[in-house]
Structure formats: structure tokens, C-alpha cells
Write a protein of this length. Structure first.
Lengths: 114, 116
């Protein structure tokens, strides 16, 4: 399967714990994007990364959230000290990196906070 | 004013009819436009993308772009019950100084129901 791979598909955490979401882009894609979809709301951009660089993090909450895309391995979205309001579907997308090339989405991680 | 606006619907059409989905955007710097389909509980699936004024056809789908009116639409011909989903319109802003802005700005989505 050459698609965008996200894991885990479902993640349950208790308030105050840390959540780590992983994303491996499609083969040949060097640009990764993270989006969040809250219940009954639209998709909202969070962060855009290339290998070892954060390009645009204008949609990331200032606290508790961080993202990385290391030289080797998947992109990681990390949420520290999770709260109930973090419960959402988190989608990763990837693209080849050219302006008019579309982004393709992974299956997402459904994060539930107890 | 939302950057990308869609009528949330629901839009209900009979099987075999043409479904027309509309989207407007406020940022004149938007260059590329995308239509994604999202089934309940699933991830967005790319249907079409368009960046030039006019029509672009792919099978039963036609995307239309009018940059002067800041309007994008998606027509689905011969609608099938399997087309029932939420359709998301998204835009990417143009580049400045040679840097590409990859952030997709989504509308709220239009729920389409195709009834037999």
C-alpha cells in the first residue's frame, strides 16, 4: 500500500497523558500536513512540515502541541497533557511539494480523551 | 467572513440526477481549488482539483472555477446512492516570493444525499 499511513487508528488517553500520532507520507512525497477535525466541525489546518523543517505552524495551538518530521522515520504529532477538548480525528496528508499538486490524506487517528 | 464557504445542506437529489455543489472563497490570493469527498467516519478522498478558469471534467464529475466571481462548483452527473457523502471544498493560497503555501483551507462541507 503506497498511501499515507497513519497510526494508531484509534488512541485512548486519560486527561494529563501524552498522545503521539504518527504519519508516513506516500512514497515520493516530501511534504506533510496535519489537520484536525473536531466533532461536527470542518477540517482545520494545524502544521506543514518538510524533512527536518516546520514550514507553517500557524494552526497549531501555542501550548502542548508539537510536530516534527525527522530525516529518518515518520512525522510525529505530539500532544502533551491532553484535555477532553483534544478529542478529535487527526488527519495527516502528504504531497510532492509543488503548488498545484494535491494532498492525499491518510485514514486518520481518532483520539479519545477519558 | 469565512475564507471558504459552502452551503452545509443537506442537498438531496434523486438517483440519476445532477448534483450541484457550490463554494465561494474570500481570499483573492487563492490559486488552486480542491474537492474532497468524505464518508462518515472516514478520511477525505480527493475527487477533483482545478486551478484555471473554466471547466474540468473527469468521468461523472465536472469542476468549474470562476476567479472573477471567486466561485468554485462541482457537478456530479448521474448521481448514485454511493455518492451520498459530505463534499469538502478547499483552497490553497498562491505563492509569494517563490514559496509555496501548502495549507489547505476547507469549507464546512455540503452533505449530499442521493435517494433511490
Amino acid at each position: 500500500n503506497a498511501g499515507v499511513m497513519q497510526n494508531p487508528r484509534h488512541l485512548v488517553r486519560r486527561r494529563g497523558q501524552e498522545a503521539r500520532l504518527r504519519c508516513s507520507p506516500m512514497k515520493g512525497h516530501s511534504h506533510v500536513y496535519w489537520y484536525r477535525q473536531l466533532p461536527e466541525e470542518g477540517l482545520k489546518f494545524m502544521v506543514y512540515l518538510q524533512k527536518e523543517n516546520i514550514i507553517d505552524e500557524s494552526g497549531m495551538p501555542k501550548e502542548r502541541f508539537s510536530a516534527e518530521f525527522p530525516k529518518e522515520g515518520p512525522s510525529i504529532l505530539r500532544i502533551q497533557q491532553v484535555v477532553r477538548g483534544d478529542s478529535a480525528a487527526y488527519f495527516c496528508a502528504s504531497s510532492p511539494g509543488q503548488l498545484k499538486q494535491p494532498q492525499h490524506f491518510g485514514d486518520g487517528t481518532r483520539l479519545s480523551i477519558l | 467572513q469565512k475564507e471558504v464557504e459552502q452551503n452545509s445542506g443537506p442537498l438531496s437529489v434523486p438517483e440519476g440526477a445532477i448534483a450541484s455543489l457550490n463554494c465561494t472563497y474570500s481570499d483573492r490570493g487563492s490559486q488552486s481549488f480542491f474537492w474532497y469527498r468524505q464518508y462518515s467516519g472516514k478520511s477525505p478522498e480527493l475527487i477533483m482539483f482545478i486551478y484555471s478558469n473554466g471547466d474540468k471534467e473527469d468521468g461523472r464529475f465536472t469542476a468549474q472555477l470562476n476567479k472573477a466571481s471567486q466561485y468554485v462548483s462541482l457537478l456530479i452527473r448521474d448521481s448514485q446512492p454511493s455518492d451520498s457523502a459530505t463534499y469538502l471544498c478547499a483552497a490553497i493560497r498562491g505563492s509569494a516570493g517563490g514559496t509555496s503555501y501548502g495549507k489547505l483551507t476547507f469549507g464546512q462541507g455540503t452533505i449530499l444525499t442521493v435517494h433511490p
